[in-house]
Design a protein around this ligand. Structure first.
Ligand code: FES
Ligand code: FES
Length: 156
């Protein structure tokens, strides 16, 4: 039995220590927002937050996730209205959508650690998230919009 926190809930999962976190989330915890793309840590479709850092759940074994706090797209905001999600909707970022939860989780972690990222910061943080539909310009615009919304929220 492996114990960890998922989206704020203390959770026990009957899985082996070498099972990738992505498998445990999707197949055992039934949280299917995180996607399987490459399974090798290359595409970013499986990105979740582990103790606040964006990480690839497909190459993270449960032995590492044990005792940690995991946030998936389902837990990013109760109403799905995190500033990043709102900016994504406003700018209609998604095309096929497959990569987008990973993109959003990487963007949310970036802004949590760096509320006012430069283009270079965005490029660096998002470099590992691949989008076969080529939504990169809208992703960058949405991150900038979310950063502005965060700033406005902090001032009000
Ligand atoms: S599925 Fe994890 S990085 Fe591609
Ligand atoms: S929106 Fe289709 S892969 Fe990114």
């Amino acid at each position: 039995m492996i114990e960890l926190k998922i989206n704020g809930q203390l959770t026990k999962l009957d899985v082996s220590e070498d099972m990738p976190l992505l498998w445990a989330l999707r197949d055992v915890a039934k949280l299917t927002g995180s996607k399987y793309g490459c399974g090798k840590g290359i595409c970013g479709a499986c990105t979740v937050h582990i103790d606040g850092q964006a990480m690839r759940s497909c190459i993270t074994p449960m032995s590492y996730a044990q005792g940690k706090s995991i946030t998936t797209i389902e837990g990013l905001a109760e109403q799905g209205d995190h500033p990043v999600q709102q900016a994504w909707q406003d700018l209609k970022v998604a095309q096929c959508g497959y990569c987008q939860t990973g993109q959003i989780m990487s963007a949310a972690a970036l802004l949590a650690n760096n509320p006012n990222p430069s283009d270079a910061d965005i490029n660096g943080a998002m470099a590992g998230n691949i989008c076969r539909c080529g939504t990169y310009p809208r992703i960058r615009a949405a991150i900038k919009q979310a950063a502005k919304a965060n700033k406005a929220g902090a001032q009000s």
